[in-house]
Design a protein. Structure first.
Lengths: 291, 203
């Protein structure tokens, strides 16, 4: 299947705008679940306002949050797909810039040294474009994630040593959730990377933080860890916006990778309650946009 | 918990009446500031022609649309989506904003630190928590972009908004040393050991 690059550009634009406006159903369900279990009056009232905001955004066709984030595009290329990689990346970039100019969206992207904003949401190496492959025949998937900065600033890496064991990993996650407090806009999804190299560990934390609620780590040990951590973080009392309550996180997600005999790395990357994602699937039947 | 409605600007006496847990609704005028605005104002020595004395500032950088200048859009900007950002990054600017420019209220999310708490006590100021990530709702409280200064920093310009029924906002740090964040943090620190034990850490 040959990929139409004009359709990719248009889709990259639409996905950015859609992701900023409509939360995925799993996150909406997550809010209902937290609201049902929240016992703190302040926490309950903040959750109610967040739920109201989801409705207001849809009713007024507006963005959920002012933070347009750092744009991330995850591309998964199935079998039998014909596309020039450089042109594909260029089409994504153009679509991202067009969303920013044409909507218009706030460009939140600046050069790291000069702090200059090109007002395109693009810059050196941004949008972040991740490319992976799948076994699906004649299918190309583009997932768009506008990653908010308040929660992205809640990113931490520790090169624990083997003697720190799993206890070291658990302690690090709990301490970082406490330190992040209200700054990361709770209720959050806490993404945790365990193992790998330093860069892979952080990458896994991001994958974990942006996974759909209800998804489970494919590694049984990782799944066990995420169940324990999900339970523990909501006993800390941080609550929505860090103002107290039971609803600190929707979930803790864990991703794992093999690591070195001398290493025990752990990384945390946090997703805020505006856990935005949108996805498009290209097949011979056309382009389907959803979440 | 008491509810207060203020038509801006306010006096020091108004501010000293507020206690943590109170709700506040603002009317008329609100200013928007952000990291770059504050860095340029206080680290690069720039001045603004806008008068912030007795006013509230929100930590924000809005989504706006350029439009022709008209009565409803006097500086050629229309609001698209306006919310808040994490305040902690701007902690060191609280005192100069209050001392030099007379700001009385800071609105944001996540809270501010000890230096801000001291400045609020000494100079008469409060931190009002607005809910982060609920910008679609907050935009409905903003009626107009009245003015803008330092717009070379866009979107981190100094914005002046006309507001109606802006709130309820929660008094999260008051002028008497009270802080809801300190209370939560101390409670959380107490719960840390139990959370770790729950996962079998150290056993």
């Amino acid at each position: 299947m040959k990929i139409d690059l004009e359709a990719v550009e248009e889709t990259a634009k639409l996905l950015y705008i859609r992701a900023l406006k409509v939360l995925p159903d799993d996150i909406k369900d997550g809010f209902k679940r937290l609201d049902a279990n929240e016992t703190d009056a302040t926490g309950k009232s903040i959750l109610a306002t967040m739920i109201q905001n989801i409705d207001v955004a849809e009713d007024t066709d507006n963005l959920l949050c002012q933070d347009t984030g750092i744009p991330i595009y995850n591309i998964t290329i199935g079998r039998g797909i014909e596309v020039d990689g450089i042109d594909l990346k260029s089409a994504i970039r153009k679509g991202c810039a067009r969303a920013t100019k044409e909507y218009p969206l706030r460009s939140s992207v600046v050069h790291p040294v000069t702090r200059k904003n090109e007002h395109t949401s693009c810059g050196r190496r941004v949008p972040v474009i991740n490319i992976d492959f799948s076994g699906a025949k004649d299918e190309l998937v583009i997932e768009m994630i506008p990653k908010g900065s308040g929660s992205e600033n809640g990113s931490f890496l520790k090169m624990c040593i083997p003697a720190d064991g799993v206890d070291g990993i658990k302690t690090f996650v709990i301490d970082k959730v406490i330190d992040a407090g209200g700054k990361v806009c709770p209720p959050t999804i806490v993404g945790v990377g365990v193992g790998g190299t330093a860069d892979l560990c952080m990458k896994m934390a991001k994958i974990a933080a942006t996974r759909a609620l209800g998804s489970v780590c494919e590694d049984r040990e990782g799944a066990k860890l995420e169940a324990e951590l999900s339970d523990a973080v909501n006993t800390l009392g941080i609550g929505p916006q860090g103002l107290g309550g039971d609803s600190t996180s929707f979930a803790v997600h864990v991703e794992t990778a093999a690591t070195h005999i001398t290493m025990n790395p752990v990384a945390v990357n946090i997703q805020c309650h505006s856990a935005r994602r949108a996805k498009a699937t290209f097949t011979p039947q056309g382009v389907e946009i959803g979440v | 918990m008491t509810e207060h409605v203020f038509t801006m600007p306010v006096s020091e006496a108004d501010i000293r009446k507020l206690k943590i847990g109170d709700h506040v609704v603002l009317q008329d005028t609100l200013f928007g500031i952000r990291d770059a605005t504050l860095i340029h104002l206080f680290d690069h020595g720039r001045k603004t022609r806008l008068d912030l004395n007795g006013h509230a500032v929100i930590h924000t950088a809005p989504n706006v649309k350029k439009v022709p200048v008209s009565n409803s859009c006097p500086v050629g900007y229309e609001q698209v989506c306006i919310g808040t950002t994490t305040s902690q990054r701007m902690e060191r600017f609280t005192r100069p904003l209050m001392e030099r420019d007379g700001v009385r209220m800071i609105i944001g999310k996540g809270g501010l630190g000890e230096e801000s708490a001291k400045a609020f006590q000494e100079l008469g100021g409060v931190y009002l928590a607005i809910i982060g990530g609920t910008a679609a709702l907050e935009t409905t409280w903003i009626k107009q972009i009245l003015d803008v200064d330092m717009d070379d920093l866009n979107p981190e310009s100094l914005w002046q908004f006309r507001i109606k029924d802006f709130g309820p906002l929660l008094v999260a740090m008051d002028a008497h040393g009270g802080s809801l964040y300190d209370a939560v943090r101390s409670n959380t620190d107490n719960k840390r050991a139990a959370a770790l034990a729950r996962m079998g850490v150290g056993s």
